[in-house]
Design a protein around this ligand. Structure first.
Ligand code: PLP
Length: 389
């Protein structure tokens, strides 16, 4: 489905670390964090061992605790919701924009207003089960930059200001993306990027948090390192923390990757263009929509949508039979078994999310994909569609 873009520079950087005794908490993580600050313009960057860990620390820093509510999207990778559940808080799902797949700012506003009014107004935004007792309190909004396209943040920031909410931007799919010329990840109070090997750049496993809040940055640095605050010794722990550290080999890999990021994003853009030009000739296939607010798309995956009447799953199987890997994207979070069991969600609860989930298919995509492969995939898709109809 995807492939990391690695050169000898990355290999050398990792090997060089292995010629030193510093395999964790050394100079590489500092250099990497500095590079992330430089790239995004954020004041602080905190390297962590996964995007999920980063989001979890943001939830803690935003003061989200047991019973608190966080408005978020069901059209995402599960981690964006799971980190809310890690703290016994409750995700309040609102549906998404049918074009971008990003959280719908009008619904965010409506949900925040109704939750503030309480009673029956609030109840209609809450899950059927799994929320008991006292009126819960809305704390934060956690939007996701889906498939590398930044969320429409201006109206969401407005809601956050009105209701005193923190914004955690899940930019795990969007490093290098830009919204009205502002970097993805810096649009809210906290932003997180992820570096699993299928992302635009990789550290193997890894992630990074960006923020301009000094105190929160110190707090998250402490939590990442077993709760040790500045001044604590190795066995003193001011907070309940975690081991969410990014090791030196990963950070060294990240330093080279981020120095090549713009070049790698440009290649992904080129591959996306090949796809679009070729797929526009195939009836029934919709290529990704790019909002006019997106001043730079950071291509993460290439997800097409099939028009009504085309059986996505049959197409998926037929492509696989021809040796073309592909994947439905996403299975809605509210319909994952553990969410249904805990909150009583049903099919029909978030119709736009479900519709996108039913019609979307991710095609093989990476920055190292040659044009012939794009052509192969498109030819196979065309044949399959001709046969299906
Ligand atoms: C990849 C991803 C994450 C989590 O990243 P990991 O590094 O795998 O923990 C979180 N949210 C979204 C939307 C992602 O795509």
């Amino acid at each position: 489905m995807s492939s990391p873009d690695l050169t000898d520079a990355e290999r050398e950087a990792v090997i060089n670390v292995l010629h030193t005794p510093s395999l964790s908490m050394g100079p590489q993580i500092q250099a990497f964090e500095q590079a992330v600050c430089h790239y995004t313009g954020a004041k602080h960057a905190i390297g962590v061992n996964a995007g999920t860990s980063g989001l979890h620390l943001c939830i803690r820093a935003a003061g989200v605790g047991p019973g608190d509510l966080v408005i978020t999207t069901p059209f995402s990778f599960v981690a964006s919701t799971n980190v809310i559940l890690f703290e016994q808080a409750i995700p309040v799902f609102v549906d998404v924009d049918p074009l971008t797949g990003n959280i719908d700012p009008d619904q965010v506003r409506a949900a925040a207003e109704d939750l503030a009014r309480g009673g029956n107004h609030a109840r209609k935004w809450l899950p059927r089960s799994g929320v008991d007792g006292q009126p819960p309190r809305l704390r934060a909004i956690l939007p996701v930059d889906v498939f590398g396209q930044p969320v429409d943040m201006d109206p969401i920031r407005d809601v956050a200001r009105t209701h005193g909410l923190k914004i955690i931007e899940d930019s795990c799919e969007a490093i290098g993306g830009r919204y009205k010329d502002t970097p993805a990840g810096t649009l809210g109070d906290f932003g997180v990027f992820a570096f699993y090997p299928n992302k635009q750049m990789t550290t193997g496993e890894g992630g990074v948090i960006v923020t301009n809040h000094d105190e929160a940055a110190d707090f998250m640095r402490a939590l990442r390192n077993q709760g040790r605050s500045p001044g604590d010794t190795w066995l003193q722990h001011t907070h309940l923390g975690y081991n969410y550290r990014l090791d030196e080999m990963s950070a060294a890999l990240g330093c080279v990757q981020i120095s090549r990021l713009d070049e790698m994003l440009a290649r992904r853009e080129q591959v996306a263009e090949w796809y679009r030009d070729r797929l526009d000739e195939i009836p029934g296939v919709q290529t990704p929509y790019i909002s006019p607010h997106t001043t730079r798309m950071s291509w993460f995956v290439y997800v097409v949508r099939f028009e009504e009447g085309i059986e996505r799953d049959a197409v998926s199987q037929a492509l696989k039979a021809r040796g073309i890997p592909n994947r439905p994207y996403f299975i809605p979070i509210h319909l994952q078994p553990y969410m249904v069991e805990r909150f009583g969600y049903r099919e029909g609860d978030f119709p736009v999310t479900e519709d996108l989930g039913r019609r979307g298919l991710a095609l093989p995509f990476s920055g190292v994909m040659p044009e012939e492969h794009v052509e192969q995939v498109c030819r196979a898709l065309q044949e399959v569609l001709n046969r299906e109809s």
